[in-house]
Design a protein around this ligand. Structure first.
Ligand SMILES: Cc1ncc(C[n+]2csc(CCOP(=O)(O)OP(=O)(O)O)c2C)c(N)n1
Ligand SMILES: [Mg+2]
Length: 615
């Protein structure tokens, strides 16, 4: 067996360069690059190794470990999980800064390879700078925080351990059902230690996605159930996009007379104007999709985790005889809420299901209802996004302006605040992956870093990041990275001077406006934050606009700009779209001295009665 003597860090770098993926017949590196912020925990080991492969595997310097991991996660999502990135950090704060991002990847089922530095395996210099010392357990380090938010976790204390560990890492990262974050904690001394690695370990490997085919009896049962349906309805989740099932879904819906509601992760599965697409479903759903969801007797849930925003906290699907077909690669999801599981890749599963259904079609009366609901919703929705002269426009009116100046291939990126709900209802996605919403973890601060990852995944598409003032203030530093890397973003920053959506939620649950909008906080001076000046200081172009008309002009200019551009607009914190949507379970206090809370509690108890448990 021929071997090559490398440090463990060099072996990791070399191994990563050998992993390939095939996309549309083209062989590409599986890893689009490595994000790195160095410290004593990785600069000598991983730093030296990454420098050695920089012509084959680029290293990108970020400003915040959470931000760089967000970029990596967004890159994987925008690449339909067919490409990914790695992230290396120092030990201690550099590592734990990345834990929240690990949770983002874990919840959203997105592959990312996290390589935090760790304490010395030989423990000779203990405690090293930034070491978290447990009084009771010598094996614990700061990196144990990654365990609950990693699909696979391992700690490298000997250089040869990386051989099985990387093989297991690849198995997880490329598995459509199990994929998510992999954390390999790299002890600092082990990174620098040499070993005679077998050459075969570094052989090129091309990964192609495994398409899980349905089990025959599950398929037959699902087809039987669907054939019995009078009011069938499809919920399309992120799995549709990851499997590349958009075309098959469109054909399936058309052939069998079915309508589709899209989840946040599933939005853009069908073009907005496809006859079967009723738009968003759930808490932030369109009136059309929710009207059908409420009555549906068979819900075909494709590639969705069925989180509360999709199921209206499990009160949306109101038909007492309703059954669910869970078409999912992951049995954990396929069997949720007593669903009839159809464990399968979305594309293959829909294709085979269609064959099994033959010429079966949903009853004409139900199809007619879907058509009517759709045209009614689009008339209703238009008035929320139409142009306005209002001094403080709503989020929806800003969305309208962005939509009017956008092109069909643009990607809109968002994650938290009031915008996700408004975008889910109103954004008209024309092409697959044109809507990139991180709404599994809805992590404030994902937006700009995520936008950067989306742009790196497909630089040919214009990436428009829509972000609230709260999210922007929480994390904006990868804006500087986007300028440095020449990866242009258009950022539309909606400044409503605080946490608008949580203030509205607080009021809706009977609370007093408290600690959300800046004006309702403990303060000596209310800051008048100049976001345009802030963005300019990070190297971006920026401007503040005073109206929707000015916004549209600025957006057109931004499209021609050669670097990231931030457009700031003041918005109304109190308005959101009051049409469509569904109840969401947010627990209201059982006792309170506030009359408003008592009233809200009564309404809450009434709403809870519609929540289904166990079926
Ligand atoms: C990291 C993180 N912390 C807290 C929250 C809870 N949260 C959700 S939206 C929100 C306010 C967002 O403010 P902003 O970005 O200005 O959007 P707005 O609500 O004003 O539309 C908060 C605090 C969260 N989603 N993520
Ligand atoms: Mg805000």
């Amino acid at each position: 067996m021929s071997t090559i003597r490398l440090t463990m860090a060099q072996a990791i770098a070399r191994f990563l360069t050998a992993q390939k993926t095939e996309i549309d017949g083209q062989i590409l590196p599986l890893f689009g690059g490595v994000w790195a912020i160095f410290g004593h925990g990785n600069v000598a080991g991983m730093g030296e190794a990454l420098h050695g492969v920089r012509d084959r595997l680029p290293t990108f310097r970020a400003h915040n470990e959470q931000g760089m991991a967000h970029a990596a996660i967004a890159f994987a999502k925008a690449s339909r999980r067919r490409r990914m990135m790695a992230c290396t950090t120092s030990i201690g704060p550099g590592a734990t800064n990345m834990v929240t991002a690990a949770a983002v990847a874990h919840v959203n089922r997105l592959p990312v390879l996290l390589l935090p530095g760790d304490v010395f395996a030989n423990r000779k210099p203990d405690p090293v700078l930034q070491q978290v010392e447990s009084f009771s357990d010598g094996t614990i380090s700061a990196n144990d925080c990654f365990k609950p938010v990693s699909r696979y976790f391992d700690r490298m204390t000997r250089p040869e351990q990386i051989i099985p560990a990387l093989q297991r890492a690849m198995a997880v990262l490329t598995d459509p059902a199990d994929c998510g974050p992999v954390t390999l904690a790299l002890c600092q001394d082990t990174q620098a230690e040499a070993y005679d690695y077998p050459e075969s370990f570094f052989a090129e490997k091309v990964w192609t996605p495994r398409r899980i085919r349905p089990d025959e009896s599950e398929l037959a049962e699902a087809a039987n159930l669907i054939r019995s349906a009078k009011k069938p309805f499809i919920v399309a989740g992120g799995g549709v996009l990851y499997s590349g099932a958009e075309k098959v879904l469109a054909e399936f819906a058309q052939k069998h007379g079915l309508f589709v509601g899209e989840t946040q992760a599933g939005k853009s599965s069908l073009p907005h104007d496809h006859q079967a697409n009723l738009g968003s479903v759930g808490v932030t759903g369109t009136g059309a999709a929710n009207a059908l969801a409420e009555e549906a007797d068979v819900v075909i849930a494709v590639g969705t985790r069925l989180q509360d925003f999709t199921t209206g906290s499990w009160a949306l699907f109101k038909n007492p005889n309703r059954r669910i077909v869970g078409l999912n690669v992951q049995a954990f999801d396929a069997t949720k809420h007593n669903a009839l599981p159809l464990v399968s890749d979305a594309r293959v599963g829909l294709d085979e299901l269609s064959r099994a259904l033959g010429s079966w079609k949903a009853p004409e009366a139900w199809v007619a209802k879907g058509r009517e609901e759709k045209s009614r919703w689009f008339e209703t929705a238009a008035r929320f996004t139409d142009p306005t002269n209002a001094e403080l426009p709503s989020d929806a009116q800003v969305i309208g302006a962005v939509q009017r100046t956008s092109s069909p291939t643009d990607v809109v990126v968002c994650a938290a605040g009031g915008l996700p709900g408004e975008l889910h209802k109103h954004w008209k996605a024309s092409s697959a992956l044109g809507y990139h919403m991180e709404y599994g973890y809805s992590c404030m601060g994902y937006e700009i870093a995520g936008g950067l990852g989306v742009k790196m995944a497909d630089p040919s598409r214009e990436v428009i990041v829509m972000v609230g003032d709260g999210s922007y203030l929480m994390m904006n530093s990868e804006l500087a990275s986007s300028v440095m890397l020449g990866q242009k973003l258009i950022v539309v920053l909606l400044d409503n001077r605080g946490f608008g959506c949580i203030n509205r939620l607080q009021r809706a649950t009977g609370g007093e406006s408290f600690n959300n909008l800046l004006q309702h906080t403990n303060h000596v001076t209310l800051p008048d934050i100049d976001f345009a000046a802030h963005a300019a200081s990070l190297g971006a172009q920026s401007m503040k606009v005073k109206s929707i008309a000015e916004l549209e002009d600025a957006l057109k200019q931004a499209r021609n700009a050669d670097r990231s551009t931030v457009i700031v607009i003041d918005t109304d914190p109190l308005i959101s779209t009051d049409e469509g949507g569904h109840w969401w379970d947010v627990a209201v206090p059982e006792v309170s001295s506030r009359e408003q809370v008592k009233t809200a509690r009564k309404d809450y108890e009434t709403a809870l009665a519609a929540q289904r448990v166990g079926d």
